[in-house]
Design a protein around this ligand. Sequence first.
Ligand code: SF4
Length: 694
Amino acid sequence: VIEIGTPERSVITTCAYCGVGCSFKAEMRGDELVRMVPYKHGKANRGHSCVKGRFAYGYAAHKDRILSPMIRDSINDPWKEVSWAEAMEFASNRMKGIIAKHGRHSVGVITSSRCTNEEAYLVQKLTRAVFRNNNTDTCARVCHSPTGYGLGQTFGTSAGTQDFDSVEETDVVILIGANPTDGHPVFASRLKKRLRKGAKLIVVDPRRIDLVDSAHIKAAHHLQLTPGTNVAVVTALAHVIVTEGLFDEEFVRTRCDWDEFQDYAEFVSDPRHSPEATQFLTGVKADELRAAARLYAKGGNGAIYYGLGVTEHSQGSTTVIGIANLAMLTGNIGRPGVGVNPLRGQNNVQGSCDMGSFPHELPGYRHVKNDSVREVFESLWGVQIDNEPGLRIPNMLDAAVEGTFKGLYCQGEDILQSDPDTKHVAAGLAAMDCVIVHDLFLNETANYAHVFFPGSSFLEKDGTFTNAERRINRVRKVMAPRQGYADWEVTQMFAQAMGANWAYTHPSQIMDEIAMLTPSFAGVSYEKLEEMGSVQWPCNEKAPEGTPLMHIDGFVRGKGKLIRTEYVATDEKTGSRFPLLLTTGRILSQYNVGAQTRRTDNVVWHDEDVLEIHPHDAEVRGVRDGQFVKLASRSGETSLRAKITDRVSPGVVYTTFHHPTTQANVITTDFSDWATNCPEYKVTAVQVSPSNGP
Ligand code: SF4
């Protein structure tokens, strides 16, 4: 029995975990948060929530929180607690010194999809207007950057097409590379409700996820593909739709570029893309693939939902393009029940991308090469903006190792734990003269930092998050920042110390500036959010109440563009030393690297990462259920317990990455998406052998 005191007041705010963006009433007694109650008027969750949003907030008051700024001359020195003023002076002097010695392109920033829109906006403004370069990136680089590229190329904008309500009108769902039961639980509930009412489900996943055969739901098809063959599967589906004449010719003629379609149709019709020709490559039987294609094309409203199992591949962008192709081919765009819907992992992946956190894009997905767009920002900010894209995260680390990149401000992101090839990340960080970490906890990256700015939790600040359906939700301050300042104030203090004359007094002013500079946000204001509860962008003169469904009459780019999707095998190969393929995912009760959930005092969070292995593969290796095994790849090795299960196919193993002891990124490769550098976390050749434990 948990004793809960009587709440004295409550504040409506937004969950800071996944991209569903559930609204909660935070109930307070004095300065103590006593309960998070799902908010029944929240448009994304309608009174529902999952275990994380409801119970995993204890980290905000955890003893590991760092509450004082800290500095040190060298990473070998002990930390020294200092005042905010001293920390700002130290950090700005170091950064100014680097810029004076190595030039303005030798420094950059990384922001996080955990931060609010206003914080992300300020961080990219710091880079462009104060550092005077475009070296700004976000952790979306390592998750949904291929979504940005793929949907931008095909539809003209980098966002999901539907609202969550849309799932209630769908007849056929293709779920590809996503496990919403664990990753997006509240959306999963809505999906399950629809499936129980008769909608059909096609799961494309190397692992037999819960939705394939749970108690009341059985997928019509499970295309249990070999990890790394998404493009071949998606292209084979398109082959069936085109060669069997199942495509929506009227939609394609009126809404898409017909010349591009003809080129695409010629490409996918080639017999080498047929299910029969690709089945040995993909591991999916030809008749299963044909039946799935027919169901999606002719089963009524068809919707595609996808996750990181699509994006975190060397061909992540190609698969996103292939998914968009399928929707356009079948006319499944522009009405309720259809569409292409990336399930965003973190709470504000959508928002951090919208806010111009990428080195090639200003807020609103507009390229830095675009003179007229730059001019708008330049005239308001009073500076000239570089017209060449800056460095992505991996490029920053490469440049650091080469000695040309010297200073990094890293806000809300633990790149040493979450980015691939841990040794290379460490080498890059160690080579820099100034690493500023801005976070709640002394994370792994902070081992290489010279300055630590203590961060504020979502309970301690005002702002907005944008969820996976483009819904801008208010985050409201529930309690005062424990370390004195909200994160946006810290970024502003640092910009001021660097010489900027910023003078925001509330995040609403930052949103007003975003609205002034970003056409898709032109109608967004805190007043509107108070009035409507939330609003989905684009929100502007044309759509003052926002846009639940996109591309109704035309695509943002004009005509939709169908693009060839040539399958290219990953460079990561199995062989005699590393004969198995490792793929990764997450569990319901944990969140990413577990920095928050592991610091919540509840037995629900006392789990561990395990390695799922097929009974056949376990037997030939002498591995027993529950026994520790060594998991080794060409990059490194780690140790964890084995779980013998036929949820994975022979030849495939699977684990989660929530605990630092697992060190999953010591194992993963440094291969990445060809278009965006999103790491290929989902395919690693490994060997498994019994061990005595870590
Ligand atoms: Fe939070 Fe996502 Fe759970 Fe909703 S589904 S409560 S947003 S973690």
